[in-house]
Design a protein around this ligand. Structure first.
Ligand SMILES: Nc1ncnc2c1ncn2[C@@H]1O[C@H](COP(=O)(O)OP(=O)(O)O)[C@@H](O)[C@H]1O
Ligand code: SF4
Ligand SMILES: [Mg+2]
Length: 330
């Protein structure tokens, strides 16, 4: 395994008290593998991703567990090792590529600065050539001509491609993509996913693909982690989690996908309405209990332990039966 997250816990100090954003999350990513992390907004996906790069804000801290990259702890890297880790091992792209660019710099300048940060000896011509190669690899048309353009002169989809080119500048082994297509329309989303899959094949990249949209995961992920309320509720091979989900939360996510655009099924969608639990006041038991049609008193006693069945892990006392549609019943 190239990356191992082990029982990771992340807390924030907030005006409302201690906020437990991540409550003991474990997963691993193999070389050349795409791991999808899915869950509603607020479930702890971004915080988990940022902690891998040690990018938590000042009021956040890793309160337990470990993050291991090629068997070494990322949490104990010294500043120089951390700079190299961020520069050469892991690249990250965000939902809003516009925010990652300084509006007063041309794309060419942003790229050559990034390239030089990793290779201080690179001259102007080398940086220009390498920038064009990277933009072409990310399928930005007329790469050479576009180096002089500024961020606002790109569409959202193209700017995300430039962001991917920038993330590849240091030849990372892992690419963390945090909702990289959420701000884009459906056709452009599909093109970005296709690009990520090509890069995975060509470069042998590992990808951590984070989204709140389970429908996107099936097109890209080898394995899937379903997060909710700072916990993993289900994880396993993508085909098993998506086609024979055991956990009621995964099944609810899948049901709301299936009923998208269907006016006769508003009841199904309603089941998954309601917010994720308040992380400053976590439920003592299963975090999904307030929204789960199968919840009983035993579910509310303690967070269900992780059970493994046929390569899939889940935290549910009454996991589903294959093929049964929990949310279609009246
Ligand atoms: N800087 C911060 N200070 C306080 N709470 C935060 C901060 N960043 C994130 N959180 C909280 O941590 C939880 C997880 O957030 P996040 O990882 O961004 O969720 P997701 O990416 O799954 O939507 C949320 O409850 C969020 O409000
Ligand atoms: S443990 Fe209970 S409340 Fe939680 S998802 Fe399973 S059945 Fe529902
Ligand atoms: Mg997020």
């Amino acid at each position: 395994m190239i990356l191992e997250v082990q029982d990771l816990k992340i807390n924030f100090t907030t005006a409302g008290g201690l906020l437990q954003a991540v409550r003991g999350v474990s997963f691993s990513v193999a070389a050349g593998e795409v791991l999808g992390i899915v869950g509603e907004s607020g479930s702890g996906k971004s915080v988990t991703a940022h902690s891998i790069l040690r990018l938590l804000p000042g009021n956040g801290e890793v309160a337990g567990g470990d993050i291991r990259y090629n068997s070494s702890s990322v949490l104990s890297l010294n500043p120089e090792q951390l700079r190299r880790f961020r520069g050469q091992e892991v690249g990250i792209i965000f939902q809003e590529p516009g925010r990652s660019f300084d509006p007063i710099y041309s794309i060419g300048k942003a790229m050559s600065e990034t390239l030089r940060a990793h290779n201080p000896d690179m001259n102007d011509e080398e940086a220009r050539r390498r920038s064009i190669q990277l933009l072409e690899e990310a399928k930005v048309p007329q790469a050479a001509e576009r180096l002089g353009n500024f961020p606002h002169q790109f569409s959202g989809g193209l700017l995300q491609r430039v962001m991917i080119a920038l993330a590849l500048a240091s030849d990372p082994k892992i690419l963390i993509a945090d909702e990289p297509t959420t701000a884009l329309d459906v056709t452009i989303q599909a093109q970005i996913i296709e690009l990520l899959l090509e890069l995975k094949e060509r470069r042998g990249l590992s990808i951590l693909f984070i989204t709140h949209n389970l429908a996107l995961i099936s097109g890209i992920a080898d394995r899937v982690v379903v997060m909710y309320s700072g916990l993993i509720l289900e994880q396993g091979p993508a085909h098993q989690v998506l086609h024979a989900p055991r956990h009621p939360y995964t099944r609810a996510l899948l049901s709301s996908i299936l009923s998208m655009g269907d006016h006769h099924s508003s009841r199904r969608v309603a089941i998954i309405r309601g917010g994720v639990p308040d992380p400053t006041r976590p439920e003592p038991g299963c975090p999904f209990a307030p929204r789960c049609p199968l919840a009983g008193p035993e579910c509310r006693a303690a967070v269900p332990a992780l059970s493994s069945e046929a390569g899939v892990d889940h935290r549910c006392i009454y996991p589903g039966v294959k093929g049964e549609d929990l949310y279609a019943r009246s």
